[in-house]
Design a protein around this ligand. Structure first.
Ligand SMILES: Cc1cc2nc3c(=O)[nH]c(=O)nc-3n(C[C@H](O)[C@H](O)[C@H](O)COP(=O)(O)OP(=O)(O)OC[C@H]3O[C@@H](n4cnc5c(N)ncnc54)[C@H](O)[C@@H]3O)c2cc1C
Length: 257
């Protein structure tokens, strides 16, 4: 089996490498020192077609393959693993829409995610649910045409600034893992409290936050997929993201040594 990049992928790698060196490398030191992600990188990445690169052309995506997605994270990870973590959350957070979303939801979120006009975060971890991500305590109760969300999401990459947060919440806790649904919540939704940045030991420029939902009311249109049985959609998003984490970590190490 030949694992070499194709000629097209090599050209792609060269272009993202140049972009990262020119547009990102000069920003790393300040971003790490101030623990602040340079938000202008989202639209700059979007303009080059590097955000959510596998998404279909009809939404503005490049329709590239997963290898190209990994190449992006290889090259950005070489410059800054924090930048890579933050930028790749855009895909992780919108992937459940790719798996389960309606055409209206794809039309609503994908163009902004791909262009970088809006930023996205993924909130699955909770104070009492990390590795055991099916054991969440956040609930979403249906109330007429809305859901009322209650709970806390921890260690949310991009959480401090994201325009939208994709979260897991249980619509029926008695059903355990089967009762989990996915919601995409606007940062200005009533009852959403952004608790700001958390301190970490590293990756300072990838802002990580805590988001509290205090009877946060969202329209039923924010439900991504079925009201129960959403957990596999979250796992698919994580699987997509793991490849990118691999690229980021691999090249990040090369960059350091
Ligand atoms: C930089 C950073 C960014 C992050 N970004 C996000 C994000 O964007 N969205 C999000 O939802 N989460 C995010 N997280 C959270 C991350 O997903 C969790 O940290 C992870 O799921 C582990 O959960 P935990 O920290 O609660 O550790 P725990 O689950 O408490 O695990 C602690 C230790 O116990 C071990 N362990 C756990 N269960 C078992 C078991 N059954 N048997 C043996 N060993 C076990 C683990 O391997 C680990 O070593 C982020 C974390 C970091 C550090």
């Amino acid at each position: 089996m030949n694992f070499d990049f194709t000629e097209e992928q090599k050209i792609f790698q060269d272009s993202i490498r140049r972009f990262a060196l020119k547009e990102m490398a000069p920003l790393v030191e300040e971003a790490e020192e101030t623990k602040t992600f340079p938000l202008e990188l989202f639209p700059k990445m979007g303009a080059q077609g590097y955000l959510c690169v596998t998404y279909e052309e009809k939404y503005g995506g490049a329709g590239a393959d997963k290898v190209c997605d990994a190449i992006i994270n290889l090259e950005i990870g070489r410059i800054s693993m924090g930048f890579s973590a933050s930028l790749s959350s855009q895909m992780l957070s919108t992937f459940p829409v790719k798996v389960f979303g309606s055409e209206e939801q794809k039309d609503k979120y994908f163009p902004f995610a791909i262009s970088g006009e809006k930023t996205f975060a993924f909130g699955m971890t909770e104070p009492n649910a990390g590795s055991d991500s099916a054991n969440i305590e956040t609930t979403a109760k249906r109330d007429g045409g809305s859901y009322v969300i209650k709970g806390t999401k921890m260690f949310v990459t991009n959480g401090p600034f994201a325009d939208y947060i994709t979260i897991s919440a249980s619509t029926d806790r008695s059903r355990g893992i089967k009762g989990i649904a996915i919601f995409i919540v606007d940062k200005d939704a009533p009852g959403l409290k952004n608790m700001g940045k958390l301190e970490k030991m590293g990756l300072h420029c990838a802002e990580t936050g805590e988001i509290v939902f205090e009877d946060c009311r969202v329209s039923e249109e924010c439900l991504i997929g079925p009201p129960e049985g959403g957990f596999p959609g979250l796992m698919e998003a994580l699987n997509e993201s793991r490849v990118l984490c691999g690229g980021n970590d691999c090249r990040g190490s090369t960059g350091r040594f």
